[in-house]
Design a binder for this molecule. Sequence first.
Ligand SMILES: Cc1ncc(COP(=O)(O)O)c(C=O)c1O
Length: 482
Amino acid sequence: MAKFVGERNGVDVKHESLLKVTEPHDSLAVNGHSSKMAASQPALKGKEPVKELTNGIKTTSNSEDSKDPFCDPDNPTVIRFQDIGAAAYNIRGGVEITPCSRSHMSALTGMEIYFKKDFMQYTGSFKERGARYVLKMLTPEQREHGVIAASAGNHALALAYHGNSLKILVTVVMPLIAPMMKIQLCKQYGANVIVKGKDLSESKAIAMRMAKEKGLMYVNGYDHPHILAGQGTMGLEIMDQVPDADAVVVPVGGAGLIAGIAVAVKSINSSVKVYGVESERCASFSAALKVGKPVFTAAQPTLADGLAVPVVGVNAFATAAPLVDKTLVVNEEFIALAILRLIEMEKAVVEGAGAIGLAAVLANLAPELKGKKVVIPLCGGNIDTSILGRCLERGLVADGRLCRFLVTISDRPGGIADLTKRLAGIGVSIKELAQDRAWLKADVFSVQVKCVCETRDEEHCKELATLLNENYSSVYFGSVMF
Ligand SMILES: Cc1ncc(COP(=O)(O)O)c(C=O)c1O
């Protein structure tokens, strides 16, 4: 079941110490050189001095293939507001400023909901923000060599597309399970695509090895500091578009997006709440909060596949953990329902990872936000058509609009006619009907009927259950094993 994990996440940081930024965004720092903005930084951790973001080919003493010099667990980089300002300046014109419009779902949820529609980016996700910024910040030498990344989807697409537009060679290592459509698109965008590795961690190991061998820069899609700063530009836009927002509810995978958004939002107005939302099938941010550092969390298949990151980023965690007010964990049922609601009510096709913020609201995991102005980023729309079909069916089940039952009825003439007449009488529409006689233990003049029906809502579903129970002795309803 969906559950609430913890408020303030036990991280000892006071948002009250964040200074309010009053300058308009056009005064944002470029390349991290603004003392004006430095004064308005969140008091991050308060321990280590904040490292300047660098774009040099920084190599640490660490010689192992698997160590990323930009993501050092012993010395994480905490990004600052001026880093996000620099990113906004650098990616302007290359990435869409997406709409953030009032939702049709405000009445349904009891909140004033605004959707930040980043699924409208050219490649269908917010990942373009960080990808473009990383590429723009390469040194001439790095540009010449190109970059490499491991990704099953959105990060690969974003890097491939912007690499093409900036004339930088991008190599993406995609796992064998990556959707064919995404592999093809990356190739179309001109990326060097290597399909290798049974899962993302294997692909990452391959990419890291290649990076070392060929002198390519490895771009971690949720933890490179420039990725975090790039994703933070979404937070700047949100604060421009909904300046009086009370809360932002952000999907969390590797935590790069929430890190960037949290810094941007809290720096501009520290009273805005930042909530993170994870899939219960890979709640790696919640797990990291419990122990105070990124830890491995086994990922199970989820409709929010983009969020299935077993270990959150070290820079992302160091940046986000002190700023996130609450973390929510959502189950599959509500992710499916959110996808369905977005199609029906917003005419928006959004993938599970991108819809999980709404899923948390639909699951009533944040009742304290009722009556408040809540911004929900819809971060990606790249969902396989076959998965979309399955999501919609699951969403209909979760919504009480598709139900199934097993009932034993008379096998004499008119038995089935009687059942179907009763269903028609209350306006239930039959989608599937199958009969079973062989495994039935009741008398030989009985037949067991398995039925899948369309109902209007949960109430209608209950009416159907009552009707069956009143008229037949053996009825199994809902998700019992048939
Ligand atoms: C559509 C979508 N939303 C949200 C996220 C989460 O971003 P992050 O991994 O930076 O937490 C991802 C990650 O890939 C994604 O694809």
